[in-house]
Design a protein around this ligand. Structure first.
Ligand code: SF4
Ligand code: SF4
Length: 184
């Protein structure tokens, strides 16, 4: 998980988001937990905790677990108190903007809501053509789709491929653009 770019000082015109705002945003978001930005999270073996659920332990290696995170339940981190340092320290661009006062909590929540809707459009389009494995991150899912669909048509870049899978390709491009613009 990467750290956000620090915004230019001239953009810091609003009141910085409080720690409570930051927690509130992240606890209602979880986009970085859902495999949309990263495919896995690394941790120190000493951070493993008995509270971590079996579903998480079952798929974790010695020092990392895959995303979507098995501890992300009902849009919430079920091991919030014992989550690894990488999760505690990670700040996406949107959270950085909230901390710096560039966006308000309400504005940040609207960005999360819009991104969720864009992601839902992509997953709906994908589900219309193939079984979607919800344990896989966005990059792997999209690569699997390209390989399977591209093989069927002989060439992933052909006009036939682009025409047949227009809905998936457009919704994926929109989602990637949104994630790059507001979260990375
Ligand atoms: S994507 Fe950003 S705002 Fe959302 S939970 Fe992760 S750090 Fe918080
Ligand atoms: S441990 Fe919690 S904060 Fe970390 S990826 Fe999983 S759900 Fe998200």
């Amino acid at each position: 998980m990467k750290q956000p770019k620090k915004p230019p000082c001239h953009e810091l015109s609003r009141t910085a988001g409080t720690a409570s705002d930051q927690q509130s945003l992240c606890r209602s978001c979880g986009i970085c937990c859902q495999g949309l930005l990263f495919e896995y999270a690394e941790f120190d073996p000493a951070e493993r905790h008995p509270d971590w659920p079996d579903e998480l332990i079952a798929v974790a290696s010695e020092q990392s677990f895959p995303l979507p995170c098995r501890a992300h339940v009902a849009s919430n981190c079920s091991i919030y108190a014992t989550r690894p340092v990488v999760c505690r320290n990670y700040q996406c661009r949107l959270l950085g903007e909230l901390i710096e006062g560039i966006v308000t909590l309400d504005e940040a929540r609207r960005v999360v809501e819009r991104t969720r809707n864009i992601a839902a459009d992509f997953f709906d389009a994908l589900a219309g053509e193939m079984a979607v494995d919800s344990s896989l991150g966005l990059s792997t899912l999209f690569e699997n789709f390209r390989s399977a669909a591209g093989e069927a048509l002989g060439n992933q870049e052909s006009r036939d491929f682009q025409k047949k899978h227009k809905k998936i390709l457009l919704s994926h491009a929109r989602l990637v653009f949104e994630l790059e613009a507001r979260f990375r």
